[in-house]
Design a protein around this ligand. Sequence first.
Ligand code: NI
Length: 250
Amino acid sequence: MRLHQCTYTEVGEYLKSSVGIIIPTGSTEQHSPMGVLGTDHFCAETIAWRVGELASAMVGPSLTVGVSEHHMAFPGSMTIRPSTYIALIRDLILSLVDHGFERFLVINGHGGNTASLNAAFSEVYGEVRRGGGANAPDVRCKTMKWFQNPPSEALSLELTGHPAGGHASAAEVSVAQFADPANIKKPTKMEPEFASDDHTFYNSADFRRRFADGRIESNPTGSTPEIGRQLVETAALFFAETYRDFLADS
Ligand code: NI
């Protein structure tokens, strides 16, 4: 179930049997000369939608732009400053709390969002406590990156030879290709073939100096939609289980 494709009556019905919702978050930022700018949100939402099917869970609207300051030296990258992102996430979650949602699982495609997501959760907890006192609802929020789980890591190594978590990894580019054929770009020869795994960088100009074509710890040239399909299924099975445990944990 996708929230934006439900009527309000359908959401009301859903809330009679569940207080859980999954929210996909990503980014709009360069992903090498071969990966589309929307790679991270295509990954997060494709997996979240599949988890929604497997776990009969509501999936909220995708947040397609994130905190991407360090990618701003590449054309097309967009960023939301952390303070804005924290406020945005807080307001979106509190809107849903108003209607009775209490468990928020954010499936995240972009590591740059993580600190702000956790800060937003802290703001949510504070607002709910101050507003509700002893009767405050038991709101709980959790975020996980789609690729940071043992089955997805293992499958990425098996199918691409590399970790899924590199920037413009074959894993994430493959998932975006599976999500939409329009995301399939001609493989480009990359130099070096496998980008450095040194994640050290500071501002956006420094990032571009260190990572000229935008990649970190990755080589997306072998990406295929079929690899993407398998990664989506594996990650979705993991997150369906995680979501069920999250809801059952009292
Ligand atoms: Ni990415």
